[in-house]
Write a protein that binds this ligand. Structure first.
Ligand code: PLP
Length: 382
C-alpha cells in the first residue's frame, strides 16, 4: 500500500532540487566560512547566495537575515533577545493564546524573570481582533509577537492591520511566520513587522535550519555567546549545507508559489466541502476562507481523533490530531481550547495538511476512505 502523506504542517519532504544544492556542501566543500583561504571563501559565498534568496522570498534585504537553528531558535532569539535589549524601556509583552510552544514557553519563562505578558484571546475561528491589541498596548510594551498562520487550524491573522496599529508605537512587532513562508506571498513591509521567524522544513528545505528577519535599527541581544557569527546574533560555525538548503527551498518556493497555492487551495476546499457534506457530525475548524492553503482541520462528533488517526494510518494515510495525552487522559490542544471548542469535539479533531505533491487522486482516496473510517471508529467507541 502506497503511503499518502498528509501531514505537511508537521514537516515537508526535502525537495530533490534542495538536496542537490546541499550535496556539495556535505561532501567536497567543507571549509569554515570564517577561514580566509579559498575553501572558506567558497562556503562564505554559498551562505551569501542563500541569504539573498531567503531575503527575496520575504521582501527583505540580505543583511536583515540571521540564520538560526530552525523556527524554535528564531522565535527564542526574537522573544528573549528583545526582552533583554529593551528591558530598560519596559517589561510588558503582548502575544496570543494560540501561539506555538516556542513562543508561549519563551514568554512563560520571561514571566519568571520579571516580565509581564498579556495573552490575547481569539474568536471561534482562532482569529485575533486588532482592536484587542490596541486595547492592551501600554507605554511600557516592548514587544508584540503574533503568529501569521496557525499550525493547528490554519487560520491566518490580520497582521497588516495590527502592523498599522503598531506603526506609531515603539514596541517591536514580531511574527512567527513558520507555517506561511514558502506557501503564501509574504512581504515584511506590507505586514509592518520588525522581526519574522521562518524554518526550512516547513517548505521543502532541511530540518534544523531557519532564519530570523531583523529590521534595520532593531536592538536585539544574542542568546548564544561565542565567536560572533551572524552579526553576533547566532554564534557558532554555520550549518552551511542546511543554510544552502534553506536558500534553495526559498528559491523554489518563490518560483512555484503561485501555481502551487491556487492548486492546493482548490484541493483543500474540495476536501473540506465533500467531507462536511458526506460525513454527518463533522465540522471545519479554523476560519472558512482566511486559512493556510493546505490546511484542513476537522472535528468529528462521537469519536477520538487519535483512533481515527490510527485507522487512517492503517489505510496508509498520515494525518495528525489536535489533542494530546497528558496525565493519562486526552486533552484538546491549547488552540482548540482558546477557540472555545468543547472537550468532546476537541478530542475528535484531525488535521490533514496537503502539500506540493498532493493530487486530485489523493483527495479522491481520502474521500473514499474517510467516511467508512469515521463510521468504524464511531462504532468502536460504543
Ligand atoms: C508555528 C510554528 N512555529 C514554530 C515551529 C518550530 O519550528 P522548528 O521545528 O523549526 O523549531 C513550528 C513547527 O512545528 C511551527 O509550526
Amino acid at each position: 500500500m502506497k503511503m499518502l502523506y498528509l501531514d505537511h504542517a508537521a514537516s515537508t519532504p526535502l525537495a530533490p532540487e534542495v538536496l542537490e544544492a546541499m550535496m556539495p556542501f556535505l561532501t567536497e566543500h567543507y571549509g569554515n566560512p570564517t577561514s580566509l583561504h579559498q575553501a572558506g571563501r567558497a562556503s562564505r559565498r554559498a551562505i551569501d547566495t542563500a541569504r539573498a534568496e531567503v531575503a527575496e522570498l520575504i521582501g527583505a534585504e540580505p543583511f536583515q537575515i540571521v540564520f538560526t537553528g530552525g523556527g524554535t531558535a528564531a522565535n527564542n532569539l526574537a522573544i528573549k533577545g528583545v526582552a533583554e535589549s529593551r528591558k530598560s524601556h519596559g517589561r510588558h509583552i503582548i502575544t496570543s493564546t494560540i501561539e506555538h510552544p516556542a513562543i508561549l514557553n519563551a514568554c512563560r519563562w520571561l514571566e519568571t524573570q520579571g516580565f509581564e505578558v498579556s495573552y490575547i484571546d481569539v474568536d471561534q475561528y482562532a482569529q485575533l481582533d486588532p482592536e484587542d491589541i490596541k486595547n492592551v498596548l501600554r507605554d511600557d510594551t516592548i514587544l508584540v509577537s503574533l503568529m501569521l498562520g496557525n499550525n493547528e487550524v490554519g487560520t491566518l491573522q490580520p497582521l497588516a492591520d495590527i502592523g498599522q496599529i503598531l506603526k506609531d508605537h515603539p514596541a517591536y512587532f514580531h511574527t512567527d511566520a513558520v507555517q506561511a513562508i514558502g506557501h503564501l506571498p509574504i512581504d515584511v513591509d506590507e505586514l509592518g513587522v520588525d522581526l519574522l521567524s521562518l524554518t526550512g522544513h516547513k517548505f521543502y528545505g532541511p530540518k534544523g535550519v531557519g532564519a530570523l528577519f531583523v529590521r534595520e535599527g532593531i536592538e536585539l541581544d544574542p542568546i548564544l555567546h561565542g565567536g560572533g557569527q551572524e552579526r553576533n546574533l547566532r554564534s557558532g560555525t554555520e550549518n552551511i549545507a542546511g543554510i544552502v538548503g534553506l536558500g534553495a527551498a526559498a528559491k523554489l518556493g518563490r518560483e512555484t508559489m503561485s501555481e502551487t497555492q491556487s492548486r492546493i487551495t482548490t484541493l483543500r476546499d474540495r476536501l473540506i466541502s465533500e467531507t462536511l457534506s458526506q460525513i454527518e457530525g463533522s465540522h471545519l475548524l479554523g476560519h472558512p476562507t482566511e486559512r493556510l492553503p493546505g490546511s484542513v482541520s476537522l472535528a468529528f462528533e462521537d469519536l477520538m481523533g487519535e483512533s481515527l488517526l490510527l485507522k487512517l494510518d492503517m489505510e496508509g494515510i498520515c494525518v495528525s490530531t489536535g489533542s494530546a495525552c497528558s496525565s493519562g487522559h486526552m486533552d484538546p490542544s491549547h488552540v482548540l481550547v482558546a477557540m472555545g471548542l468543547s472537550n468532546e469535539l476537541g478530542n475528535g479533531s484531525v488535521r490533514i495538511t496537503l502539500g506540493r505533491s498532493t493530487t486530485d487522486q489523493d483527495i479522491d482516496r481520502v474521500l473514499d476512505i474517510l467516511p467508512d473510517a469515521v463510521d468504524q471508529v464511531r462504532k468502536m467507541a460504543f
